[in-house]
Design a protein around this ligand. Structure first.
Ligand code: PLP
Length: 357
């Protein structure tokens, strides 16, 4: 797809926020990227326009049937003012995995990366510079046919919006308390768990609300059939350090999102000569390891928080305190290495960084 993005600049630029007080996902930059899909024409009319409301008929299919997907990645500003993206092609490839499951036509991965780079470059003054801050990049696709009836839409919009962000969890890199969910389930084999589609998040809300009411930050999902095997945490994949072996649930069930931070963490650990195993792991095994004193560390991985150590798990009225509720050695080493690469402070030996020129 040839890159010819029309750019219409805003006449009313907003005041940029103080980068020391940023929260997550509340503010949006001056411009957004849009391109349309129409059956027969394919994806067309890529443009960057002033950020603002969309006009859609109330019958627009996405409102009724949820045929949509989204992604999340970040742009970082280095000390010498370079702008870096972390593995953006992986997010755009994952869009096509989600698209396939949701019957949305595929996008051109290279073009989508170029679109994100062009938008981020235009908005580079919005990239915050305070420690731990970044510009969150949210590509998404919605179905736009004005039609009531369940079938795939034949028109779509692919958009990218940007948001200057601080820490995702108020705890920052401090350990979070997680509630092991034994009532609700997130996904099952054959379902949509592996795709990044709004329905997965809508279905997670009730459990999340109840966990927060009980004093926990997030839920740990178990498999949807036996409620026995560990899947993932809210918006993170999860890793356990049992006796020096790092174990993370395998992706073969199809009910877990294949996280890009997860893949990067596995690659990093292997490069350090640490044994990493992707396999089914049950909550009973975690509890037993806790009783045996072999559960050394647990942490979540995801773009928003990067690494989030788990300090406590609550499962069936039992409390599992991990590493005395403190940040583990490995969690901090992975966190500082990945963020070091993302902010350009550590040499990227993996080829993960894409510079926005
Ligand atoms: C359900 C879920 N699992 C895991 C992740 C972590 O994925 P990534 O590392 O690509 O951000 C996310 C975030 O995108 C998520 O929403």
């Amino acid at each position: 797809m040839s890159l010819n993005i029309r750019i219409e600049k805003t006449k009313n630029p907003k005041t940029k926020p103080d980068s020391n007080n940023l929260k997550f996902g509340e503010l949006f930059t001056d411009h957004m990227f849009i391109m349309d899909y129409t059956e027969g024409m394919g994806w067309h009319d890529p443009r960057i326009v002033p950020y603002g409301p969309l006009e859609l008929e109330p019958s627009t299919m996405v409102f009724h049937y949820g045929q949509a997907i989204f992604e999340g990645l970040k742009a970082y500003k280095t000390k010498d003012k370079k702008i870096l993206l972390f593995r953006p092609e992986k997010n755009m490839e994952r869009i096509n995995i989600s698209n396939d499951r949701l019957c949305i036509p595929p996008i051109d991965v290279d073009f989508a990366v170029e679109a994100a780079k062009t938008l981020v470059n235009l908005e580079k003054d919005w990239i915050p510079e305070a420690e731990g801050t970044s510009l969150y990049v949210r590509p998404f696709i919605i179905s736009t046919d004005p039609y009531l009836g369940v079938r795939p839409s034949i028109t779509y919009k692919f958009m990218i919006i940007l948001s200057p962000v601080g820490a995702y969890y108020k705890e920052g890199i401090n350990p979070v308390k997680i509630y092991v969910e034994t009532n609700y389930v997130r996904a099952v084999k054959g379902g949509i768990g592996y795709s990044k589609t709004p329905g997965n998040y809508a279905s997670s809300l009730k459990a999340q609300v109840e966990a927060i009411e009980k004093g926990y930050t997030q839920v740990l999902w178990l498999d949807g059939v036996e409620k026995k095997y560990i899947e993932e945490v809210g918006t993170m994949n999860v890793f356990f350090n049992i006796n020096g072996e790092i174990i993370t649930p395998s992706l073969e069930s199809g009910s877990i999102l294949a996280g890009i931070t997860r893949a990067s963490t596995i690659e990093l650990l292997k490069s350090w000569g640490i044994k990493v195993t992707e396999r089914k792991i049950s909550i009973d095994e975690i509890y037993q390891a806790h009783l045996d004193g072999t559960l050394i560390e647990a942490f979540g991985t995801g773009t928003a928080a990067v690494i989030s150590p788990v300090g406590e798990l609550s499962w069936n009225e039992k409390t599992i305190i991990i590493n005395n509720g403190e940040i583990g050695e490995l969690s901090s080493k992975i966190y500082s290495t990945i963020t070091g690469i993302q902010y350009g402070n550590i040499c990227d030996n993996f080829g993960w960084i894409v510079e926005v020129s």
